[in-house]
Each structure stands twice: as C-alpha cells, then as structure tokens.
Design a protein around this ligand. Structure first.
Ligand SMILES: [Zn+2]
Length: 282
C-alpha cells in the first residue's frame, strides 16, 4: 500500500533534529509521499528546501496561513510566486480564514486569502485551504473564485455537514486529519465522513500537531509524525465502512491527481536517481 500525507509541517522545529529519521519511519509505514506545508514566506522557503533535499519523498506548498496573514506584503507575494515556480512546489497554501484564534485581523486574513487565490488561479495551481470557524465568510469568497481555480482542498476539515456539502458542491477535495480519531471533538466528523465521495478524499497528519488519540501508547514527546497517518486512515475507513487498504489506495491516487505529482518536472526529468515508489511518473 502507498499512503500520501497531504499536510505535514516538516519545517516545524519539532522536526529540526531528526528529520531524516522521521522520513525513514514514514516510508517504513508506507507513507511514501509527504506534502510539506508552507505557512509563512520563510516556512514556505524552508519547506521547498526540504523537498529539494528529499526529492523522492517530499514536495511542498507555498503560502501564508491566516494566522500570519498580516505579514503578507507585495514582496512576500512575489516570493511565493517565485517559490511556486520550483518543480518541488506543487500547490499554493496554506491560506484561508481562521476566526477561531483571530491571530491576524479578519480584514488582513481576507486580503491575504484573496491574493493567494488570485495567484493560484494565475499559475493554475491547486490551493491548500485552512478554515476554522469561518465558513460563512470563506465560502462566498471561494465560490466567487471557484471557476478560475483548478482545484482546492479544505484541509483538516472540522466543520458541519452543511459546510461539507457546500464544499463538495463546489467540487472541492476534503482533507481528513487525526481530528477524526478524537471520539469527542471528532464526533460530527465521524458521523458525516461517509458523505464524502471516494474521489474527493485526502488524508493528512498535520504533524507535529493533532496526534491521533487512537495511537496507544502515546509517544512520550506528544509529537505527531507522518508515520502515524495509518491511524487517520484506520478510523476513517471504520466510519465509512470501507476496506482499509482500498481506501488508502484511493486517497493516494486522489493526492497524485490533486497535486499533479506525476507531472512534476523534478520527477519526470530526474534520470540519475532511482525514483522509488513515491514519486514515480505515472
Ligand atoms: Zn491548517
């Protein structure tokens, strides 16, 4: 089985000391491809550097998270565009709205979100979206831009059935994290997980955050890792009444299609390396 973790914060300092071991452990757990999430201009740069360092296993995104929206200026936007031109960068994001924490003023969040949607549309790249307690505002913005966007995923989906169907109606992908492994916080998600069509489903760890509560024993450092993606898959399969291996394969195929992994220049043009199972050209 091949699994693809579509959202992992590899540039987080939680991974600074043992990144190589974390990637090896992920590969041993069949997590063959990881999409390293960019959350600021600097972290997007670092994520791209990690992807360049591990071309067989890692690709990355370039974007500014709503928490940091007020840091995005014209230079930053230009830098995101430059990063997006690199073969290892496969999506714009994460970007979106977070009215749960409100770390950046809402007006700044909306401005940064729209600027990144326009960039993704212009570059015809998929978008990696973050939405917390902001569906009522994010949805109309997204709907307005939908026709110009190639694809978008609402990552770490934690919202209501109504919100889920709004996104599905726009033809978006839905990212499921270890949130679903939490029997209290993930209760509604467990109930509505079967509403998501097979071909719209992606899985992610959002590591080092969101350690699956189904993981026993809990690691002493409390750190989530891409190697634990199987726990997300397991709980998801259970609540969709689906075969685990089959669902794993479906989500990996979706991730390859969504991020257009087979068409990455790096992957198809690298003649001097053994491509391995992770990023082989389709
Ligand atoms: Zn997020």
């Amino acid at each position: 089985m091949e699994l693809i973790d579509v959202g992992v914060n590899l540039s987080n300092r939680a991974f600074a000391r043992d990144l190589e071991a974390v990637l090896e452990k992920a590969a041993a757990a069949s997590v063959h491809v990881l999409v390293a999430t960019g959350t600021t201009v600097e972290e997007s740069r670092q994520s791209a550097a990690i992807a360049a360092r591990f071309p067989r296993q890692v690709v990355s995104t370039a974007g500014v998270h709503p928490h940091h929206a007020d840091t995005l200026d014209a230079d930053g936007l230009q830098e995101l565009e430059t990063l997006a031109g690199k073969p290892e960068v496969v999506a714009i994001g994460e970007t979106g709205l977070d009215f749960n924490r409100d770390f950046s003023p809402r007006a700044a969040q909306e401005k940064a979100f729209e600027a990144q949607l326009l960039l993704a549309a212009r570059l015809q790249m998929p978008v990696f979206i973050h939405q917390r307690d902001a569906h009522d505002r994010l949805y109309p913005i997204l709907r307005e831009h939908r026709d110009s966007l190639v694809d978008a995923v609402v990552h770490c989906f934690t919202d209501t059935q109504k919100a889920l169907h709004d996104y599905l109606d726009l033809g978006l992908y839905i990212g499921i994290t270890g949130w679903i492994c939490d029997e209290r916080r993930g209760e509604e998600l467990r109930r509505i997980a079967r509403d998501i069509p097979d071909n719209r489903l992606l899985i992610e760890t959002d590591a080092p955050y969101l350690l699956p509560r189904t993981l026993k024993p809990r690691p002493s450092n409390g750190r989530n890792e891409p190697a634990y993606l199987g726990y997300v898959l397991e709980t998801l399969a259970e609540h969709r009444d689906q075969d685990l291996d089959l669902l794993g394969g479906i989500t990996a195929a979706n991730a390859r299609r969504f991020f257009r992994l087979g068409r990455s220049l790096r992957i198809s043009d690298s003649a001097d390396v053994d491509l391995g199972p992770g990023l082989r050209h389709e």
